[in-house]
Design a protein around this ligand. Structure first.
Ligand code: PLP
Length: 404
């Protein structure tokens, strides 16, 4: 018998779990499933700007060999220059690591840090790769609450109460998946102050940085952590540049590196062990960051993403028994179900029932390490006609739903 390793015992990644398996089974039987479950822009008609593809194709002949394990210098310099325009002035190209998407870099950064018993503060709800990667690395994820009544802002008092001598770092996802919150400078400053006071590393996941709906750019955490707090900023091309399939992302390390030479050597070791990130996709970075930032048109209220978000938010709140905060950024709505009305005790079963009855695929809230079975996440990438139909069908489903 070959069994999986014991270190996977606490590793959960339920957004790709049994509900998705069932959807795939139904699709194989010929059913048309409305997929509102994954933030993958390209299949919904959001294609990358041509300039990125042209540049990547042009560089293919010279992308045949391995690169420096941190990534090609021109791309790392482009990341530095980009962050300079955002007010991050203490970043060196040697402190930028390119990876096969942010996903690879999240696991790499945590593997290099955590010893058994080390605690990492992770938001609840979260993007579940963070919790899973802390668990995989041998550390302990400790969830801090985000407050739905306060626009899903991090609850600073809850964080303070959960800091122990074993706390090593805090994860801040901004703009947030799954809640759509975009944190104010004051909220980020409060997080920065806690990190400074307790000497924590900040893991700033900013992959949705360019997807904000009110026209004001978000504040990058590293502009606030400055020279005082070690900050690892994670971002990449999957969302804003719509090339999730090419797998291209980076970590930018800022702050007191001198305190972290051993940790950074660990990151370098793991980067060396996987040779380098996919080299053609590294060539997309300079073209993307230096080119026309076309996502900005799409998020305006008149743009496609803005219109889809607006419609979804309105229609969700029109359903009896559903309430939903407005998303200020990212590609999702995290909607609340009246569990008493629907007798819901198992949100995964709710998602499965919805799939079977209406062929609509959403992700259940506890898959995002949310504490109660009373939320689900909807992806707002499909066109307005699809969203309109899906939300009509969700309303119809819920009008008769009572969980058995
Ligand atoms: N971080 C967050 C918050 C995400 O939502 C995602 C993907 O959905 C990722 C990281 C992973 O991104 P990548 O495609 O760069 O691996």
């Amino acid at each position: 018998m070959f069994t999986q390793s014991a270190k996977l015992a606490n590793v959960l990644y339920d957004i790709r779990g049994p509900v998705l398996d069932e959807a795939e089974r139904m699709e194989a039987e010929g059913h048309r499933i409305l997929k509102l479950n994954i933030g993958n822009p390209a299949p919904f008609g959001f294609e990358a700007p041509d300039s990125i593809l042209v540049d990547m194709i042009k560089h293919l002949p010279e992308a045949q060999g391995y690169s420096d394990s941190r990534g090609i210098l021109s791309a790392r310099r482009a990341v530095v220059q980009y962050y300079e325009t955002k007010g991050i002035r203490n970043l060196d190209a040697d402190d930028v690591y390119l990876g096969n998407g942010v996903s690879e870099l999240i696991t790499l950064a945590l593997q290099a840090l955590c010893n058994p018993g080390d605690e990492i503060l992770v938001p609840s709800p979260d993007y579940p790769l963070w919790t899973a990667s802390v668990a995989l690395s041998g550390g302990t994820p400790v969830h801090y609450m985000c407050d739905e009544e306060n626009g899903w802002a991090p609850d600073i008092e809850d964080i303070r109460a959960k800091i122990t001598p074993r706390t090593r770092g805090i994860v801040v996802i901004n703009p947030n998946n799954p809640t759509g919150a975009v944190y104010t400078p004051a909220q980020l400053e409060a997080l920065r102050d806690l990190a400074a006071e307790h000497d924590l590393i900040v893991f700033a996941d900013e992959i949705y940085e360019k997807i904000t709906y009110d026209g004001t750019p978000m504040t990058n955490m590293a502009t606030l952590t400055g020279e005082d707090v070690l900050c690892l900023t994670f971002s990449g091309l999957s969302k804003a540049y719509r090339i999730a399939g090419y797998r291209s992302g980076w970590i930018a390390i800022t702050g007191p590196n001198w305190k972290a030479t051993s940790y950074i050597e660990g990151i370098r070791l793991l980067a060396n062990m996987r040779m380098c990130a996919n080299v053609p996709a590294q060539h997309a970075i300079q073209a993307a960051l230096g080119g026309y930032q076309s996502i900005e048109d799409l998020v305006l209220p008149t743009g496609r993403l803005g219109a889809q978000m607006e419609l979804s938010h309105r229609k969700l709140n029109e359903i009896d028994g559903v309430t939903c905060q407005k998303a200020e950024g990212a590609l999702y709505l995290f909607a609340k179900l009246d569990v008493e009305k629907f007798h819901i005790t198992d949100d995964e079963l709710f998602a499965l029932d919805l799939l079977k009855e209406q062929k609509i695929l959403v992700s259940h809230g506890t898959a995002f390490n949310w504490v109660r079975p009373d939320h689900f996440r909807l992806v707002t990438l499909p066109g307005v006609e699809v969203l309109d139909e899906a939300l009509d069908r969700l309303g119809e489903f819920l009008s008769g739903y009572e969980q058995k």
